[in-house]
Design a protein around this ligand. Sequence first.
Ligand SMILES: O=C(O)CCC(=O)C(=O)O
Ligand SMILES: [Fe+2]
Length: 316
Amino acid sequence: MSMGGETMPLPLIDFSGVDPSAPGAGTWSTVRAQVMEALATIGCFDAHYPALTPQLRSALFDDSVRPLFTLSLDTKRRNYHGADKPFHGYLGSRDAYESLAIIDGHKLENVLAFADLMWRPDGGNASFCETIHGAAKQMLELEEAVQRMVLEGLGVAKYHDALSESSWHLFRMWEYKPPSSDEKVVRYGSHQDANTLTVLCQHEVEGLEVQTREGECVLVKPSPTSLVVMAGNALRAWTNDRLHAPFHHVTVRGDATRYSAILFSIPKLMVQAPDELVDDARPSRFKPYDNDDFIRFCVSEEGARHKDKLKAYCGE
Ligand SMILES: O=C(O)CCC(=O)C(=O)O
Ligand SMILES: [Fe+2]
């Protein structure tokens, strides 16, 4: 087993010939086959997606995310939505990481409200809002294209609009503190994402490692033109276990602070595989469940005891 994964790269899928607003056109069907293969095996791929330009990426991280984290701790803690929604806002662990999140960050009014919260009483920060909103929108377009491909690939494309309408999105930004040592340190431990799809943007400094089904670690090299797409447990459940939700973790080493930005698509309603994906040959693998209840289970003492939390929570 090779830990560190220098040998095996993540599948790279070229989305430059895909127009998310024109499903089926260009290289759509070729890309769809590659997406299905990647999500059914490792559960993750690197998407070459130049629509999110290197300029926008640099505006996102260098001009927006990095300055955001220099605000005071009290200010950042205003990004809070109550004790019942701990994962909707600020997360911090001293000297390890900090994270801020915008609910439906692809909507300009939500980014404006977040900026007002962070920079009051001076009011919002126009270029910050434009940049965050622009990047989140690009990431959402990729997420929507991938979701559509997955449903088409499984022969259930008719559910695309219903699934999209019953999802909300969280735009989360991360700052990981450097250990200032050459030794690799885990900053965010191994987990599967609970949500449907994750679109992740790394900036310059590597650190994301994805585990294969066999337990090998694949280090995901950041590139200025690609985004990482990953299936979460909600998509695994919705597809009746046809797609894989990979375990992954974040490591840091050396002196460079690491930044990432992520768009999570999250179910609002019950997660349940459509009838077409359940039959005698492939009986239902998971009982229908509520995503918020599942997350509460994941962070509970009982949940912490299980590696495969979805199976433990609602497996049949
Ligand atoms: O920062 C990263 O690259 C990954 C963070 C992550 O896995 C998560 O937020 O679920
Ligand atoms: Fe994750």
